[in-house]
Design a protein around this ligand. Sequence first.
Ligand SMILES: [Zn+2]
Length: 181
Amino acid sequence: MTRGKMTQEKMTQEKMTRAEKVGAAGQLPQHDIFMHAALEAARRGMLAGEPPVGACLVTGGEIIATLSNAVIGELDITAHAEMRVIREACGQLRRLDLSECTLYVTVEPCLMCLTACHYAGITDVIYGAAIADMNAITGNELGGSPGTSLSDPMSLKLEGGCLAAECRALIASWSGGRQVD
Ligand SMILES: [Zn+2]
């Protein structure tokens, strides 16, 4: 892992590297460990006023990047958590091919993020809450499930439902009871 400025996110990455060893001892399923890292990022993002989505990019059992959505803070509509971890990983690894990586994200990726996965060669995507859960609040999400016409040409393996209850609860607490009809 690159040792740079000790940002909150990097500190979390280090913490999760230690947690991985717990996973190796068989106490926690690996998917849950990485989704917990994504959830932690999502919570931090929400506290900073962002939509509560976090992503964690993993290769060879090691976390490369864990980041939250940052569209508001960065005034960048493309700063979804998935886009940010992909950018961060390309920068850290100095390459565009992330085909060995698995993406963990608290909410099912939108089509923009799935497309970024496609170009980065990421085929394994594990998510928590469905994009429909987010759409129920924002009314503005583009669905990205396999089987939709736009994601058909991509060879992605999407697996949903990882820590889904926690991921959904975060969206619910963010929404404050607000729901789109
Ligand atoms: Zn997205």
